[in-house]
Design a protein around this ligand. Sequence first.
Ligand SMILES: [Zn+2]
Length: 437
Amino acid sequence: MSETRIHASRVITPDGERAATVVVRDGMIVSVDDPGAGDVTISDDQVLMPGLVDSHVHVNEPGRTEWEGFATATAAAWAGGVTTIVDMPLNSIPATVDLSALRTKQASTRGKLAVDVAFWGGAVPGNAGELRALHDAGVVGFKCFLLDSGVPEFPPLDRAGLAEAMEVIAGFGGLLIAHAEDPEVIASAPAAHGRRYDDFVASRPPGAETTAIETLLEQTRRTGCRTHVVHLSGAASIPLVRAAKDEGLPITAETCPHYLTLRAEDVPDGATQFKCCPPIRDDVNRELLWAGLLDGTIDCVVSDHSPCTVDAKRLDTGDFGDAWGGIASVQLGLPAVWTEADERGIPLTRLAEWMCAAPARLTGLGDRGVIAPGHRADFAVFAPDEKFVVDPAKLRHRNPISPYADRTLHGVVTQTWLAGRPVDAEDRAGQMVEVPR
Ligand SMILES: [Zn+2]
């Protein structure tokens, strides 16, 4: 039996930040308020916080490993204090839409994981009969698209397909998550092409999000299926989510660091490293997202780490119509959000709820994301007052593209602990995680 006592003057607990000695035994936290001294002391300028749980990461392996693989994605997560990622079912080939594809993906992780990895399954046309087996195999839930996903092997559900999937998933108490943009609203907006960022934003109007969320909510109300809106970007959707929660529907929502920290006004034309779908919108919208987060309408902040190759980003032409939509930021989520939160006087305890505890609860990994007895001893040690300038070449994800390039961010992750010990990325100490059923 191995026991470690970690003392820190700043420990982020569910009840607030305080000095504590955290006792860890066999990878689990057994006590937070031990009166004794520590075997390990965290210096006063650093905070012991729960390891982040990033429930929205596109790894792409196998099949598009040149875009991102498990070795690079989990090393980036490690460097960002993220101790658990949940891999999205699309962009890998095969997509995770049946049990054999899940096993293929899991086999491809061997020896590569710097942090723990759990998996989403996918709900696509024709696979309703596969969902139960994926659930029983421990996927955390099911992702679907309501419009073109950008990759041919992961087609969207139409209304009938969505209704069927949600009935099936509700039948075993599962979770459906959706890319909520409505295809008809997008089709009637001007098409995205060219270098002007304003034209790209106009091609993905916020009404596409509200319409898609209304479609989802109809089925949530009808089936009782637990439903989660990924990467909410348009603040116009916040009142819909609020009303659905007030009605008692089992709905949650996430937003992402880039929507909270970047502004359309600052995106240069041709700067496709800022392209993601739905898009980064204007500053008024961004303020409303912060308000929605602070009042509890939006539950989680997760990265939507969606990398691609330099070629696929079309940095040469800067054409927003052709470029892949996605921002790779699993390594930068904590400092990016903290940079803004710090200036707004929002404490780290709130960030720990949004980036650790809430995504852990969402995905059924409730023994993670909290520093409390009975939880896993996965930690990030974070120096909140240090600053650094983002150099994409030094980020650990595969392709050195980042909209945060040259920005000064607050907060440096100095250690990442997995199951009770500080680890190096090269230890490859991460494990595959299956939700017990
Ligand atoms: Zn995504």
